[in-house]
Design a binder for this molecule. Sequence first.
Ligand SMILES: Cc1ncc(COP(=O)(O)O)c(C=O)c1O
Length: 385
Amino acid sequence: MNYVYFDHAATTGVDPRVFARMEPYFSEFYGNASEIHGPGRKAREAVEWGRAAVAQALGANEKEIVFTSGGTEADNMALIGYAQRFSGGHIITSAVEHPAVMESARFLQRQGWDVTFVPVDQYGAVDVDAYRAAFRDDTRLASVMLANNVVGTLQPVAELARIAHDQGVAFHTDAVQVAGSLPIDVDELGVDMLSISGHKIYAPKGIGALYVRKGTRIGPILHGGGHERRLRSGTENVPGIVGIGAALELAVAEMSATRPRLEQLRDKVVAATLATIDEVQLLGDAVNRLPGNACFSIRYIEGESMLLQLDGKGIAVSSGSACASGSLEPSHVILAMGFGAEEAHGSLRLTLGRENTEAEIDYFLEVFPPIVEHLRKMSPLYVKG
Ligand SMILES: Cc1ncc(COP(=O)(O)O)c(C=O)c1O
């Protein structure tokens, strides 16, 4: 694919080194991991290797990892699986969660649960006082993402988990955008459950995992043969499990080199964009953000128009409204940060990955300002001051 790809928060390609590890499990070692014959044992060995690799990368115990079909299922399992223990109650989450958490919470709301969506500040960080004040006697679970997928802001999850535990409440975090980019240690974070997804970290689509701390009781949301610790039924995706394990291993091994490089590229694109285009704003926290995320609001023009013009130049980016695929609704994240619909519509997100180069950033910086100028000329809203 001859594209400059700046949409790694949406998905990544499978790293060839990861693919090489997975390949034998498609057609050579294709046994069902539940069978006790040789091919089954070979598959089981691979599943347990993947589990150990994921556990190691998260600072968890192998017994605490449940494989799922991705981040969405892990989030559903955390909220809905945990809620099953109770006949009802109250859940706390944030106003900027990914739909996988947001809609799981709304599903529970329709089942009679109360849900508080805690507000965020203008940078997308959860209002810790409002969060603390939201706890009630019947609060059962709090779930706040480790980093936001649209604006990249990191949340103070260790503090939020501590506050929840002080109230005797379990805590889940969606770490889908953080795994592989920044170090994760479930004990340092103090979380009870944590979701990750393969396709954001150079493993394939269709595999993810939920970390469930020992002693945290949850129920299944998929019913059947009980393959994964009786919590998740469905024949194990052996190549996917090997893939997510290998991808995490690689990401952790290379993080000390990848992270500063991405931060430097991100800072370059942010500084140059703010310097060369007027009426543009960086969305999210300037410092406390994901290494590869640069998200802007560019006034008077639509994110989708910019996206399509950049696409014409062979550059793949996302508008802030992405992730609800194909949706032209303004991003609920940007609205929750206090911006108006017009600013939300003018959002553009670049998410960099480890294969991106400085030359690609330079190419973007060369073609983007004329695109903005061209679109603004056509915008009835824009009057150059
Ligand atoms: C923060 C976050 N959570 C959950 C998901 C869903 O993960 P998956 O695509 O593996 O279902 C995504 C994907 O965009 C995400 O960014």
